[in-house]
Design a protein around this ligand. Structure first.
Ligand code: SF4
Length: 360
C-alpha cells in the first residue's frame, strides 16, 4: 500500500514512541480499502456502520453494492424502507440499517460537518463520530473500538476492566494523548489495522511485532489476559418453529415489528416456545390454532428439526415445518400471501434465507 513515510513528510517531530512505531508499521502494512480512497463523509459513514460487527472481507461486497445503489445522502433518504433492508439482508444487526436510513432522512441532503452534529445522528456513537470526523474532515478525534482497547491495554499493561467506567476512561484518555494530531486519520486507521492484523485477539504475532520492545503484556508473558473484562456476555436460548406454508403456488410471510431482533425483516409464520418442542406440541399450540381456519386439516411434516443460529446475545434453535393447505385456504389470513417465486424480493434474516436457498 502506498502510504507516506515519516521521513518524506517530517511528521514525527512531536510524536510519542508508541505513535511513531505504529505509523511506521502502518506505512508498510496498512490495508488498501476502498473507503480509504475517499474523504466523502457519506461513504466513510456507510463503511463504518457496515464494519461494526462485520469482518472486512464480508463487509466489502455489501459496501460496494450499497454505495452503488445509494451513492449519496439524498438517494438513501428517498429509498423505500424495504429496499434498504433488502440491501442489508445477511449482514445482521439490522438496527444499523434502520438507523442509517433514519439518519439520512434527517440530514436534508447534506452530511453534517461538526463532531456534535455527527454524534447526534441515530446509530452514531463516540467511535463512529470520531472515525467519520477524523477520516473525512481531519479532526483530531481518537477512535476507541475493540481493537484500540486490546492494543492499548496490552502495550501499556492496563489491567482495569474495560467494561468498567474507570477502565474505559483510562483507555480513552490514553488514546487521545497518543493520537498524532497532524495525521489523525492515519493514526486511527493504523491502530485499528494493527489490532486487526498484528495484535489480534487470539495468537497475536508478538514474535515479529515492532512494538514488542515496549509492550508490557509481552514482557509479562501474559498477552492473552488483556484486555480484562468483568462480565462475560450472557447468551439466551430461544426456540423458533417456522412454518413454510404451501397453498398452491403461494406461501405466507409477515414483517417483524416491535423491539425484538430482526425488526422490519420478513419471516415465515413462526411460533416461539420456552423450550424445545416436537411436532405434536407445535400442532397443539394455541398460537397455531388461531392461524388455522376451523375445519381445515393441514398436512404437516418436519423439514429441519433443529438449526442453530448464533447471534451476539442469543442462540436461536429453529425448527422448520412444511404445511400443505388447499390453494384457496382461509388459514393464515392475518399474514401476507405471496407467490412462492416472489419470496426472494423480501428482506429476510440470514437464518430464513439459508433455509429458502436450501429448500426452494
Ligand atoms: S508484542 Fe504482542 S501484545 Fe504487544 S503490541 Fe505487539 S502484538 Fe500486541
Amino acid at each position: 500500500m502506498a502510504l507516506s513515510t515519516s521521513n518524506e513528510k517530517g511528521y514525527f517531530c512531536s510524536m510519542k514512541p508508541f505513535t511513531e512505531l505504529l505509523l511506521h508499521w502502518y506505512a508498510a502494512n496498512g490495508r488498501a480499502l476502498p473507503w480509504r480512497q475517499s474523504q466523502d463523509p457519506y461513504r466513510i459513514w456507510i463503511s463504518e456502520i457496515i464494519l461494526q460487527q462485520t469482518r472486512v472481507a464480508q463487509g466489502m461486497e455489501y459496501y460496494l453494492r450499497f454505495v452503488k445503489r445509494f451513492p449519496d445522502v439524498r438517494s438513501l433518504a428517498e429509498a423505500p424502507d424495504d429496499e434498504v433492508m433488502k440491501y442489508w439482508q445477511g449482514l445482521g444487526y439490522y438496527s444499523r440499517a434502520r438507523h442509517l436510513h433514519e439518519a439520512a432522512r434527517r440530514m436534508n441532503g447534506t452530511f453534517p460537518r461538526t463532531y456534535a452534529e455527527v454524534r447526534a445522528l441515530p446509530g452514531i456513537g463516540d467511535y463512529t463520530a470520531a472515525a467519520i470526523c477524523s477520516f473525512a474532515y481531519g479532526m483530531p478525534c481518537a477512535v476507541v473500538d475493540g481493537n484500540v482497547y486490546r492494543v492499548l491495554t496490552r502495550f501499556f499493561g492496563i489491567d482495569l476492566p474495560i467494561d468498567s467506567a474507570k477502565g474505559k476512561q483510562k483507555v480513552e484518555q490514553l488514546a487521545n494523548e497518543l493520537l498524532c494530531k497532524e495525521r489523525p486519520a492515519d493514526y486511527n486507521q493504523a491502530i485499528m489495522d494493527f489490532g486487526a492484523i498484528q495484535c489480534t485477539p487470539r495468537s497475536p504475532q508478538c514474535d515479529c511485532c515492532p512494538l514488542s520492545g515496549g509492550c508490557q503484556a509481552f514482557a509479562l508473558q501474559s498477552v492473552e489476559t488483556f484486555p480484562v473484562k468483568r462480565h462475560k456476555t450472557k447468551v439466551t436460548d430461544r426456540y423458533f418453529h417456522y412454518i413454510y406454508v404451501r397453498a398452491g403456488a403461494c406461501t405466507y410471510i409477515h414483517k417483524r415489528t416491535g423491539n425484538d431482533i430482526w425488526k422490519n425483516l420478513y419471516e415465515l409464520p413462526m411460533v416461539e416456545s420456552e423450550g424445545a418442542w416436537d411436532m405434536t406440541q407445535l400442532l397443539s399450540s394455541p398460537t397455531l390454532a388461531q392461524w388455522l381456519h376451523p375445519g381445515e386439516t393441514p398436512q404437516v411434516h418436519v423439514i429441519e428439526p433443529e438449526v442453530r443460529h448464533q447471534l451476539s446475545h442469543r442462540l436461536i434453535h429453529a425448527a422448520f415445518y412444511e404445511m400443505i393447505l388447499p390453494e384457496d385456504t382461509l388459514s393464515f389470513s392475518s399474514f401476507l400471501r405471496i407467490p412462492i417465486e416472489h419470496i426472494e424480493e423480501y428482506a429476510v434474516p440470514r437464518l430464513i434465507h439459508a433455509f429458502l436457498e436450501k429448500y426452494l
